[in-house]
Each structure stands twice: as C-alpha cells, then as structure tokens.
Write a protein that binds this ligand. Structure first.
Ligand SMILES: Cc1cc2nc3c(=O)[nH]c(=O)nc-3n(C[C@H](O)[C@H](O)[C@H](O)COP(=O)(O)OP(=O)(O)OC[C@H]3O[C@@H](n4cnc5c(N)ncnc54)[C@H](O)[C@@H]3O)c2cc1C
Length: 314
C-alpha cells in the first residue's frame, strides 16, 4: 500500500481505529501470526462501507475477522486491510422471542442474554468463543445445536458496499460451513428463540461447560478443533490419537494430550510450528487409516498451495 493510500485511510478514520503493521498475535486466540499491513476496527457501519469501497476502488485485498478464534495466521502476516469486527457493530436487542445482534457481538453475550430472558435454543453454544459474524460463517455448533437453527435473517454487505438481506431459507448451512460468499461481510442477524425455563437453561449450560472443561485444553491458547470430523461417527481427534500423535511437540506447539484435535500454543509457537503439526497429523492419518482430513480452521496469509503436500485446502 502506498503513502497516498495510507494517508487517505488515516485521514478518514475518526470513530474507529486504523493501525499499520499491527501484529495479529493480538487478534487471534492462537496468539500467533505476523502483521496485518493495515488493521482496521470500524467505528460504525458508515466507516466500514467507506473503507470497503476505498479498498475495492484501489484493488486492495480485504480480510474480515471476528475474534480470530478459528483462524491460523501465517508468520508473514496478511497483506492489504484486515478488518476486525470483534466488539464493533455490536447492537443487541431482544423483543419477545426475537433477538437481533450485530456481527461483532460476542456469541457468549447472546447466550447469556437469552438465559436472562428465558429464551431457549442457543444454550449448547455456551463456551464457544467468537462473534456472531464468525459463528454464522462457520455455522458454529456444539452438543447437537448449531447457530443456524434459530436464524431468521442476515444482513450482509458486499465488498463494493451493497447491502443485502437473506432470509434463512435462501441460505445453506452445513457442518461448519455456510453459503456466505468470501466477498460478503455479515453486518447483523436476527434469530427467533422459544420461551424456556431459566433454571433448565442454566442447568444445561452448566452441563455443557463441565463437559467442555473435561474434554478440552481450555487453559492453553488454541483455535478449537483443527480438523472437521470425517463422519458423524468418526472423530478427527480419535484418528489422530490412534495414530499415536497425542503430545507430539514442535517448538511451543503441541497436539494436545487432552484432545488430539486441538493444537495448543504454550506461548511462543509460530504458525510454521502449528502448520508442521497439522500436516503431520493429516499425512499420518491418511497413511494409517486412508482418511483424508479436512481443515476446520481458516488459514490466512499462506502462499497458494502451501497446504497441498498434506492434501489440505488452506
Ligand atoms: C477453545 C475453543 C473452543 C471452540 N469450540 C468450538 C465449538 O464447540 N464449536 C464450534 O463450532 N467452534 C468452536 N471453536 C471455533 C470458533 O470459536 C468458532 O468457529 C467461532 O464461531 C469463530 O468466530 P470468530 O468471530 O472468532 O471468527 P474468526 O475466527 O475471526 O473467523 C472465522 C471465519 O469467519 C469469517 N468472518 C468472521 N466474521 C465475519 C463477518 N462479520 N463477515 C464475514 N465473514 C466473517 C472470517 O473471515 C473467517 O473465515 C472453538 C474455538 C476455541 C478457541
């Protein structure tokens, strides 16, 4: 990005933040990653529209993130503008069973507010980090529930600034996947939940949280499950465990001894360390069981073809 473009960005942004060369370690739950050439947190929707239009006119690449809880960022960082919506666009309204949340609202906030309002349907997602926008793109799910189940509609913005509303039936959601296009930014979503007993909802939440604590290495930094489960009755973690890889280390990165589908960062792991373990797990599982694993986490800033030698799409 040249000086004129940098100056234009600095001059415009008044409500949000624009940072040059911001380390993405600060914006991912892995705590890993190089720098964003430009990092932007929009102050409001107008600022977001303006920066997207500018990037489109100037053909500057744009990457949207939420809390970065499902992302591995390369050590070389991300060119262009990384826009983070975590905590931004965070309007939140409940009226009866209808809940409207901005894309930057933390999913846990919605889970908590639904409990307070006696609304049932989203409690299984308690403990899933991230934003509403990220949860919808990933179709976040846990313990049989998915974010898309109670969705009514979503408002999005294309990178050239056009708003669109999608009703639930015009969207497709699958296992950790959705039909949103890579050039769409989720702005806001409306959900509908049924009334339920707050005591029952609270009990369920506690049960789900206890199961998470028992099964997942929550004291270390990670991005949750690295791979999708190959089938509903075959867990990626079980295959990695059976392949004898639990506890395998590279630098400060480790295939968790508690949950083999989690790779953890003990502090100073690089993206290269994590990628080494990801590729090792994918290759070993393929060799031993003939199953090609597929990445659940999103990878940012890696060279095209980087993951191909392990049969993975990055
Ligand atoms: C400890 C731990 C436990 C986890 N457990 C679960 C679990 O049980 N179930 C589960 O499903 N996931 C789980 N995850 C993964 C992660 O929390 C979810 O995928 C979460 O929904 C990602 O939200 P995010 O805001 O962090 O998205 P990010 O990681 O920032 O982004 C994810 C993807 O969404 C895109 N994106 C984000 N926001 C927008 C937006 N507004 N518009 C357009 N695109 C956008 C990004 O470009 C990226 O492709 C876990 C992660 C951790 C660290």
């Amino acid at each position: 990005m040249d000086r004129r473009q940098r100056k234009a960005l600095s001059d415009w942004i008044s409500k949000g933040r624009v940072l040059f060369g911001e380390p993405l370690t600060r914006h991912t739950t892995f705590g890993i990653g190089g720098r964003a050439e430009v990092f932007h947190e929009p102050g409001d929707r107008e600022e977001l529209v303006r920066i997207l239009k500018f990037a489109s006119q100037e053909t500057i690449p744009v990457t949207i993130i939420g809390s970065g809880s499902n992302c591995l960022v390369s050590d070389t960082g991300v060119p262009g503008i990384v826009i983070s919506l975590a905590g931004r666009l965070n309007s939140f309204h409940i009226e009866g069973g209808s809940v409207t949340a901005g894309a930057g609202v933390v999913l846990g906030h919605m889970v908590h507010r639904c409990l307070q309002a006696g609304l049932t349907g989203v409690e299984s997602l308690v403990g899933v980090p991230g934003t509403i926008g990220g949860a919808l793109v990933m179709n976040a799910g846990a313990f049989g529930g998915e974010i898309s189940t109670h969705l009514v509609q979503v408002r999005t913005l294309t990178l050239d600034g056009k708003e669109q509303i999608y009703r639930r039936d015009s969207l497709q959601f699958g296992y950790r996947s959705s039909s949103f296009r890579p050039d769409e930014v989720i702005l806001e979503a409306e959900f509908h939940f049924e009334a339920g007993s707050p005591e029952t909802i609270a009990d369920l939440q506690q049960r789900f949280l206890n199961e998470r604590k028992a099964r997942q290495p929550l004291k270390q930094r990670s991005a949750g499950s690295v791979f999708k489960n190959p089938a509903s009755d075959v867990a990626a973690g079980t295959l990695i465990d059976k392949a004898g890889l639990k506890g395998t280390r590279r630098g400060d990165a480790e295939i968790s001894t508690k949950h083999a589908n989690f790779i953890i960062n003990y502090g100073q792991a690089s993206a290269e360390d994590i990628a080494f373990l990801i590729k090792l797990a994918a290759r070993t599982v393929k060799q031993q069981f003939g199953t090609q694993l597929e990445l659940e986490i999103r990878t940012l800033g890696f060279q095209p073809g980087y993951w191909e030698d392990a049969g993975l799409d990055g």
